[in-house]
Design a protein around this ligand. Structure first.
Ligand code: G
Ligand code: G
Ligand code: MN
Ligand code: NA
Length: 255
């Protein structure tokens, strides 16, 4: 309860920040995207992980507001980079079902893009499998389809950890899958992990869907992903999530 109140206060105080974590082409090394990740510096408890406070926000009804805050800030930042000629590829934003259920989610999104001067094709939404399952009831599927038709990219996040139905990697609905980091963590020494990652890469290739491996931390993991033919990667081994100004410096150094 107190925590839920802290979250509401943080929304009002604009205490949430957006960090960005780069994604790179594993062959050529060029930047292909940045994922926006929310960060909260609690006045007493210090930095709190979104995996702790987002579920509370979800339950207390603050998620939609927090999501909009992130989207607005991330898109505004990407718009600045776009105009400055700083190459970032695509901006990926995580969206929860609470956000997608809002009736005016689409108009909100288009307005944010318009205000920031960011082309629609620069934006990508990351959704987890449970959101897709949710849709049947809530009409989220239709919304996602319209957004995709408008030129926004859709990605299946944390692939392999949810209900993992293969029907969720449908090229008519999804542009890219993100292989969850639990499969990447043991890729250089755990044979089953490597086989699963290879299978997902082959599946994605057959379906002509993009694929990015998450959570690559070590050189050995990056080498293993390369050997398996993984086209793209995101993880501490490339770059940590960074505040906007640091991200701009990082991006400029890559170019
Ligand atoms: O950045 P970190 O690994 O701490 O994030 C933990 C979890 O929080 C991840 O599952 C991530 O998808 C989620 N997350 C981070 N930022 C956002 C956000 O802005 N919106 C939503 N819906 N989820 C986020
Ligand atoms: O949205 P998603 O569930 O994919 O969130 C990705 C989360 O993974 C972010 O919170 C980010 O901080 C975290 N992350 C990114 N790279 C790494 C990594 O190399 N190792 C670990 N342990 N976590 C990572
Ligand atoms: Mn994500
Ligand atoms: Na993920």
């Amino acid at each position: 309860k107190a925590f839920a109140r802290d979250i509401r206060i943080a929304v009002a105080d604009d205490a949430f920040n957006v960090f960005f974590q780069p994604q790179v082409d594993l062959i050529g090394g060029s930047v292909i995207g940045v994922e926006a990740l929310i960060r909260w510096r609690h006045p007493v408890r210090g930095t709190i992980s979104p995996s702790i406070f987002l579920p509370v926000a979800e339950k207390s009804g603050a998620m939609a507001d927090i999501g909009r805050l992130v989207i607005r800030k991330a898109i505004a930042q990407a718009g600045i980079w776009h105009r400055a000629g700083i190459v970032f590829g695509r901006l990926a934003v995580n969206v929860s079902s609470a956000e997608l259920r809002e009736p005016d989610f689409e108009s909100f999104l288009f307005k944010a893009l318009d205000q920031a001067g960011l082309p629609i094709s620069c934006l990508s939404l990351e959704i987890v499998e449970s959101v897709i399952l949710d849709d049947e009831k809530t009409g989220i599927a239709h919304k996602l389809r319209r957004l995709r038709l408008a030129g926004i990219h859709l990605e299946l996040d944390d692939f392999g950890t949810g209900y993992a139905s293969l029907s969720h990697i449908d090229p008519d609905q999804i542009d890219r899958v993100k292989i969850d980091r639990r499969f990447v963590s043991g890729i250089d020494h755990h044979d089953a992990n490597a086989k699963i990652v290879r299978a997902v890469i082959e599946l994605a290739r057959a379906l002509e869907i993009g694929v990015v491996a998450e959570g690559a931390e070590t050189q050995a993991q990056l080498e293993a992903l390369k050997r398996l033919g993984c086209p793209a990667v995101q993880g501490y081994g490339i770059a940590f999530p960074m505040p906007g100004h640091e991200t701009a410096v990082w991006l400029t150094q890559q170019a």
